[in-house]
Ligand binder design. Structure first.
Ligand SMILES: *[C@@H]1O[C@H](CO)[C@@H](O)[C@H](O)[C@H]1NC(C)=O
Ligand SMILES: *[C@@H]1O[C@H](CO)[C@@H](O)[C@H](O)[C@H]1NC(C)=O
Ligand SMILES: *[C@@H]1O[C@H](CO)[C@@H](O)[C@H](O)[C@H]1NC(C)=O
Ligand SMILES: *[C@@H]1O[C@H](CO)[C@@H](O)[C@H](O)[C@H]1NC(C)=O
Ligand SMILES: *[C@@H]1O[C@H](CO)[C@@H](O)[C@H](O)[C@H]1NC(C)=O
Length: 512
């Protein structure tokens, strides 16, 4: 195992972290694990129990060869963001999400911390684990690390102490596309660098059918946009809940009234672009209209730039009731116990970090819609996760696969026209929900857009209007993936790449 200097230093600290994180599966600052209902009387061990018959699937994953998608109709060489969003008009894919909800619930009843931590030591040690670990990046990125671990745990139906690490951010070393992880023998797997919704969906193109089947069962078919289950929302629904203090702060804002109808997240990075505000106000109006909300709906506003409230709240108040968490007015225990740090204030704003947790759980109470606006990056991981959790909260178990029952829930992205001069080309980060649409099929010079947005950010370019930017084509090449101009994957090329490369196995052994 070779690590750079900085990483080596961090590794030394980790045995303790690893154990703690492993026992709880997923431990997270200020988040309490929600205990699931007691397991069914007859306890079945994960090893003997296949929740997902991993050799068969509802999906025909074939040999991994996709049908080449047809070129877009010649009359229209490109699409606007709203046109791209038409695949997601129906909000949540109810039937698919309920199917995945059952898989997730059963998985965590059997393999969740509530049961596993009480196993006798020999059984505990023969269990396999996937490790989720957070450090100090943003809320959304860290949450995605935990959720990717949980997703992997489900796909693999897991679970001396040897851990196999796989760093997704090192394309020449990661085994995400080339290895059959179901055959890995190390009891702990740590899939590193999974900052967004993309990493765990890479398994959709793994060269081993068994891995593809597992990934399709969880994430759906990437070619059929709009049918993807709300995987991360459902994982959060089972795995996280606010600590008492955070919940108290959320309830303080809501004040015993009904939950908000719509949440607005504005990622402004201290910028107060008037055009961003104007665009998002009309986007909120569209959300109200599309969800048929009656007069004066309740809207929660959260932002990294509190100074924005002054210019935004009066205007929204003309047609809606506005709520927000004003941490300076909140006299809770946390204010006294946690020091205020100016840590990465430019990126996350001046509020203390715990405010991001309150804002997150407050905004995820939205009943009908989440709207994401920004100065530059629309649909960040934070906004995605708010929308995903809110959608999961709103999907009742008793929807009985009835698409018309239950509330409709939608996620909207608001783009002011100046962000779209070059189309979506500037949504370059993989953590941004529209990145997979940022290529040449995105029209330049668009007017303001308020687009329906996928709850599960896509990781590939299989949809009609999806196309890669050159930066991503280059990046994928390092993973052995050759993308066509429209983003199709050359599977033969990938298979040859996998055959020819040396498998990298990195393990860490802990001496306890
Ligand atoms: C699934 O396939 C693998 C190898 O292809 C085989 O070893 C295993 O027994 C199969 N499992 C089931 C449940 O059929
Ligand atoms: C704010 O954002 C707008 C639009 O993205 C940009 O033109 C402007 O320069 C930014 N202002 C500051 C102070 O960063
Ligand atoms: C808010 O309303 C005021 C007064 O009508 C107007 O001058 C301002 O431009 C509006 N702001 C936005 C963001 O629309
Ligand atoms: C689905 O739900 C709607 C509204 O609750 C109801 O009118 C309809 O009859 C239901 N359909 C089925 C097939 O249960
Ligand atoms: C977009 O608008 C700019 C400025 O108005 C113009 O120069 C450019 O040609 C337009 N691009 C397209 C593809 O229409």
């Amino acid at each position: 195992m070779r690590y750079g200097g900085g990483r080596r230093r961090r590794m030394l600290l980790q045995p303790f972290l690893v154990l703690c994180a492993t026992v709880t599966g997923l431990g997270l600052l200020m988040l309490a694990l929600r205990p699931l209902d007691p397991p069914p009387i007859k306890i079945v061990y994960a090893k003997d129990f296949q929740l997902v018959d991993s050799n068969s699937s509802d999906f025909d994953v074939g040999d991994g060869t996709l049908m080449e998608k047809p070129p877009p109709a010649t009359s229209q060489p490109c699409a606007t963001v709203e046109e791209m969003g038409n695949d997601f008009v129906n909000g949540l894919a109810v039937k698919e999400t309920l199917r995945v909800r059952r898989i997730i619930e059963q998985h965590f009843v059997l393999n969740g911390a509530a049961r596993v931590r009480d196993l006798p030591s020999d059984q505990f040690c023969s269990h396999g684990f996937v490790l989720g670990k957070t450090a100090e990046a943003g809320f959304g990125n860290e949450m995605y690390k935990l959720l990717s671990a949980a997703a992997l745990s489900i796909m693999l139906n897991r679970r001396k102490l040897v851990m196999r690490t796989d760093d997704f951010e090192k394309p020449s070393q990661t085994n995400v596309l080339c290895s059959n992880w179901k055959e890995w023998e190390q009891p702990i797997i740590w899939f590193q660098g999974t900052n967004d919704a993309v990493a765990s969906q890479f398994f959709l193109k793994n060269v081993h059918p068994q891995m593809r089947v597992a990934a399709y069962n969880l994430f759906g078919d990437p070619q059929v946009l709009g049918s993807q289950p709300n995987v991360f929302g459902e994982l959060m629904r089972v795995l996280i809940s606010p600590s008492k203090d955070v919940e108290a702060a959320v309830n303080w804002v809501i004040g015993g009234a009904e939950n908000p109808d719509i949440s607005l997240h504005m990622r402004m990075q201290t910028n107060r672009s008037i055009r961003a505000l104007q665009a998002v106000i009309s986007c909120i109006r569209k959300a109200i209209k599309s969800q048929h909300l009656m007069s004066r709906p309740k809207i929660v506003v959260v932002s990294d730039t509190p100074s924005l409230f002054k210019s935004l709240v009066p205007n929204i108040s003309e047609f809606a009731e506005v709520m927000r968490f004003d941490y300076e007015k909140f006299k809770g225990k946390m204010l006294e116990s946690l020091p205020k740090l100016d840590f990465r204030a430019k990126d996350w704003g001046p509020a203390p970090r715990w405010v991001a947790f309150v804002d997150f759980f407050l905004a995820s109470r939205a009943r009908y819609a989440v709207v994401s606006g920004a100065q530059r990056r629309v649909g960040t991981t934070y906004a995605q996760l708010i929308a995903a959790l809110a959608a999961a909260h709103n999907l009742g178990d008793n929807n009985n696969n009835n698409k018309t029952s239950g509330r409709r829930f939608s996620f909207f992205s608001s783009f002011q026209s100046n962000l779209l001069t070059d189309g979506l080309k500037n949504q370059i980060g993989w953590g941004h929900v529209w990145n997979r649409y940022a290529g040449p099929l995105s029209c330049p010079n668009q007017s303001n857009q308020c687009a329906f947005t996928p709850l599960l950010p896509p990781a590939w370019w299989d949809g009609l209007w999806q196309s890669p930017i050159p930066r991503d084509t280059k990046r994928l090449a390092f993973y052995g993936v050759q993308l066509s101009g429209f983003g199709n994957v050359d599977n033969n090329f990938l298979q040859n790449y996998c055959n020819s490369r040396k498998t990298v196995v990195r393990t860490v052994t802990y001496h306890l």
